[in-house]
Ligand binder design. Structure first.
Ligand code: URP
Ligand code: ZN
Ligand code: ZN
Ligand code: ZN
Length: 468
């Protein structure tokens, strides 16, 4: 095959490490060189397709380490398929997702993982990998964890919530952590005390408290921080690293900060919904609050400052979406009259890069920190770096041409996620994705979708790159 050469000219290249006015040369899907714009080297790249990036940023494609396409939950399925969800991700400047394959109780990890390979195969617009949700810890499962690590599924989610569904007790968690400590895997924890929460749910419903806002009230911040603390101690006992997903409570951030101050290999992720939304949204009238039901739940606004601070101090390292969309009509509505029946999850895979750019505009974080928390660190955390998450010779040419001055208004009328509402309806943002390359192929070209289902390939992962 003859070399396909592309040069992205004249943009401000922003990575987690550097900012420079540089041209980027791409050959056969990979970055081969960067050279200062206007330099003799850059000028010598003549026989290439040119993408003009002047006045724009050139950033690595986003790496969203937490999505749930087609996830079965509460008797229904997340509304984005791998096809629609990865297309929407591309629209939003994300070029890699790591989704969660699910082991159901009584079945093997292998069966769950194979089912997810089949769902995604041939359907994705961008590259993807898998984590494994471990719902049934037993001797066979523990052995399978070793095999999965060796085939590139190097992280395992466990739940301290959802008794009877995904829940693991402390003994099961400890055993899985011990195994991960031995085989190099990373345990990702849903840290909420689900046993206590279920008691509070029952009591709330008995009092007639059925509206969506009670979802936030029963899933208390204290029950997140208690579980976070317990997960940290169990990981310490097991001698294993720990990654806490979807952190929303300031008390949980404090637990992570304390553990990190002690030098423990403990990491934390938060999500845009916790940074930009609050219990005010859960309290919206006419059951509209159901749109914002996810777990961990949205918190009172006061928690947001601790999350931003954690992102600045590196007590939180990653912003993922936990994209798990359910339509308002027909899906969220399953919980009318009983908030506990509202499917848990929110859409957002298309909005993450833009919302975090707005955080740069609003001076919560720097431009390089934006790229660090949304691209570079998730790539390193999940063993994909430097193939993904940066712009450097040898890296996949997953690039976004980003217009930092364009204005946009988020709306379900214009988004590309397969869901009938936006959690950020009417929110005005500065900055917008213009063009997206996935391994050098334009998948978004000046705000037209030019990709295709099946371009995205399964990407096996190495182990967490923060441990050695
Ligand atoms: O509410 C949420 N977060 N739904 C997705 C599943 C999970 O716990 O991450
Ligand atoms: Zn089976
Ligand atoms: Zn979770
Ligand atoms: Zn999730």
């Amino acid at each position: 095959m003859s070399a396909v050469r592309t040069v992205v000219r004249g943009g401000l290249v922003v990575t987690a490490a550097d900012e420079m006015h540089a041209d980027v040369l791409i050959e056969d899907g990979r970055v081969v060189a960067l050279a200062a714009t206007g330099s003799d080297t850059a000028a010598s790249w003549t026989d290439a397709r040119v993408i003009d990036a002047s006045q724009k940023y050139v950033i690595p494609g986003g790496v969203d380490g937490h999505t749930h396409m087609e996830m079965p939950f509460g008797g229904t399925f997340a509304a984005d398929t791998f096809e629609t969800g990865t297309r929407a991700a591309a629209w939003g400047g994300t070029t890699t997702i790591v989704d969660f394959a699910i082991q159901t109780v009584g079945h093997s990890l292998r069966e769950g993982l194979d089912a997810w390979y089949a769902k995604a195969d041939g359907n994705c617009a961008i590259d993807y990998g898998f984590h494994m949700i471990v719902s049934d810890v037993n001797d066979d499962t523990l052995k399978e964890m070793d095999l999965l690590v060796s085939e590139g599924v190097t992280s395992f989610k466990q739940f301290m919530a959802y008794p009877g569904v995904f829940y693991s007790d402390d003994g099961q968690i400890l055993r899985a952590m011990q195994r991960a400590g031995e085989n190099g895997g990373l345990i990702m924890m849903h840290a909420e005390n689900g046993i206590a929460i279920d008691v509070l749910v029952e009591q709330a419903l008995a009092r007639g408290e059925t509206d969506p806002r009670y979802h936030g009230e029963v899933r208390k911040a204290l029950l997140e921080s208690e579980a976070t603390h317990r997960a940290i101690k169990l990981a310490q006992v097991a001698g294993a690293p720990l990654y806490v997903v979807h952190v929303s409570a300031q008390e949980a951030v404090a637990e992570l900060a304390r553990a990190r101050d002690e030098g423990l290999p403990v990491f934390g992720e938060t999500c845009p919904q916790y940074l930009f939304l609050s219990t005010d949204n859960l309290a919206e009238p006419d059951f509209e609050g159901a749109k914002y039901v996810c777990s961990t739940p949205l918190r009172p606004k006061e928690h947001q400052a601790a999350l931003w601070r954690g992102l600045r101090t590196n007590d939180l390292q990653v912003v993922s979406t936990d994209h798990c969309p359910f339509c308002f009509t027909g899906q969220k509505e399953l919980g009318r009259g009983d908030f506990s029946k509202i499917p848990n999850g929110m859409p957002g895979v298309e909005n993450r890069m833009d919302l975090l750019h707005q955080a740069v505009v609003d001076r919560h974080i720097t431009r390089r920190r934006w790229i660090e928390i949304a691209c570079a660190t998730p790539a390193r955390m999940f063993g994909l770096y430097p193939k993904k998450g940066t712009i450097a010779p040898g890296a996949d040419a997953d690039l976004v041409i980003y217009d930092p001055h364009a204005e946009q208004t988020i709306s379900a009328a214009t988004h590309h996620m397969n869901v009938d509402y936006s959690a950020y309806e009417g929110k005005r943002l500065t900055g917008r994705v213009e063009t997206v390359l996935s391994r050098g192929e334009p998948v978004i070209t000046e705000r037209e979708f030019t990709g295709r289902a099946g371009h995205g390939t399964y990407t096996p992962r190495g182990t967490c790159q923060y441990l050695n």
